[in-house]
Design a protein around this ligand. Structure first.
Ligand SMILES: [Zn+2]
Length: 408
């Protein structure tokens, strides 16, 4: 074997375990693995888990807040989120200066932070419209290739400013798919009429089917209870038979839905095998996570933004996102913290359709070795893992700062 991890504490397993890694795969998980290893890591009884997955990040926009004023941020974060559409229109100004040359530098910084924090799979939304053109797509596809052995980037061709209201966007999305984008995006609620929302969904899902790709759409991202694009997306998914290939982001309007309508939508999500990605730290409203979980809908967390027009912080640290979510969703019992941890690991991987993911023999060795031995402390400190292992290779080693040595 190439790498042996000893004295590992695994979630849901008594005692300590060894993990043997050969090449890029997990060869064995057992109390004792026999054989010689080129490299051995003593996990010292600390937690070893799957690496983290970020199911929603606007990767072309990272570190663009400093390029503009805070008008969009103010509108997006207004307490009732009534001005979310105006915020998007204001934020679009930055795209007039879009250029692959500077975007790639910001993208690299964000991906390297992801690697440091053990966030090895990212669903990256990239604006494709007449202002952004294909500059973001060029930069993010380039980064995907540069980092492919370290961080897996799923490139979403995303018509941020609409499809019907943005003539030319559809053609550009097709061009982005031809350039090698992995997923077709969408944001139907941004359209002016319900009919246009429907056309937006139909057009983007049709492109995805043609290219045999998954779909990821930002739905109902405003404080308006009448927004229904989550339901529309689910029904279209069922209608065209794209079950399990579609993921919804945000769905913040859901928190204002009457209970019977919410239950209908939850049933449709299950039928369509659609998950929901939430980012409760980036807006004052969020989808009804507890109730979705009770209904058995797949829910996971995303970073959403890093210092752009919508959110001033972020560093691609999914433990930090789970820590924030624990407060914002009031999920603070031990069982709920385990659920939050699933929402940044196995559940996010499932939502993102990542194959061979999970701490199982035969799967890719994408792991983190933490400096703590339980989930509460993992969330509490949300520090970079002691070691990050991507496809069997140690890609980051971090010295954590949560210990103080006092000389007597
Ligand atoms: Zn977003």
């Amino acid at each position: 074997m190439d790498l042996l991890i000893q004295n590992a504490k695994l979630r849901g397993r008594e005692g300590l375990t060894e993990i043997a890694i050969t090449g890029s795969k997990i060869e064995k998980i057992s109390k004792k693995c026999s054989g010689k290893a080129k490299t051995t890591i003593d996990a010292q009884g600390h937690l070893v888990t799957e690496s983290y997955c970020n199911a929603h990040l606007h990767l072309c926009k990272v570190w663009t807040l400093q390029m503009m004023d805070e008008k969009a941020l103010k509108d997006y974060h207004g307490s009732d989120m009534g001005k979310a559409m105006t915020a998007i229109e204001l934020a679009a100004r930055v795209k007039e200066n879009y250029d692959e040359k500077w975007i790639i530098k910001n993208v690299r910084k964000a991906v390297e932070l992801a690697a440091r924090y053990g966030n090895l799979h990212i669903r990256a939304f990239v604006d494709v419209d007449t202002k952004a053109r294909l500059e973001g797509i060029k930069a993010v596809i380039k980064a995907r290739e540069e980092y492919k052995k370290i961080v897996d980037i799923q490139v979403v061709a995303f018509p941020q400013d609409g499809v019907v209201r943005e003539p030319g966007a559809e053609k550009l999305i097709i061009q982005a798919m031809d350039m090698g984008a992995d997923i077709v995006g969408g944001i139907p609620w941004i359209e002016y009429t319900e009919e246009d929302e429907r056309i937006h969904i139909q057009k983007m899902v049709a492109i995805a089917k043609k290219y045999n790709k998954d779909v990821s759409m930002l739905v109902d991202d405003a404080g308006d209870a009448t927004l229904k694009t989550l339901e529309m997306l689910a029904t279209e998914t069922i209608k065209v038979g794209w079950h399990g290939r579609v993921l919804a982001q945000h769905a913040r309007a859901m928190c204002l839905y009457p209970k019977p309508y919410f239950q209908k939508v939850a049933a449709l999500l299950k039928k369509a095998k659609m998950g929901v990605v939430i980012d409760p730290h980036t807006g004052p409203l969020h989808a009804r996570v507890r109730e979705l979980l009770e209904e058995g809908v797949l829910v996971c967390l995303g970073q959403d933004d890093i210092s752009d027009a919508y959110y001033p912080y972020g560093r691609n640290n999914m433990l930090e996102i789970a820590f924030l979510a624990s407060h914002l969703l009031w999920m603070t019992t031990a069982t709920e913290m385990e659920t939050l941890y699933d929402m940044i690991t196995v559940n996010a991987a499932k939502a993102m359709n990542i194959k061979n993911f999970g701490l199982k023999e035969g799967n890719y060795a994408n792991l983190v070795i933490l400096d703590v031995n339980n989930i509460v402390d993992a969330l509490r400190y949300h520090e970079a893992p002691r070691y990050v292992i991507s496809r069997g290779k140690i890609i980051a080693e971090n010295i954590t700062t949560n210990k103080i040595w006092i000389t007597p």
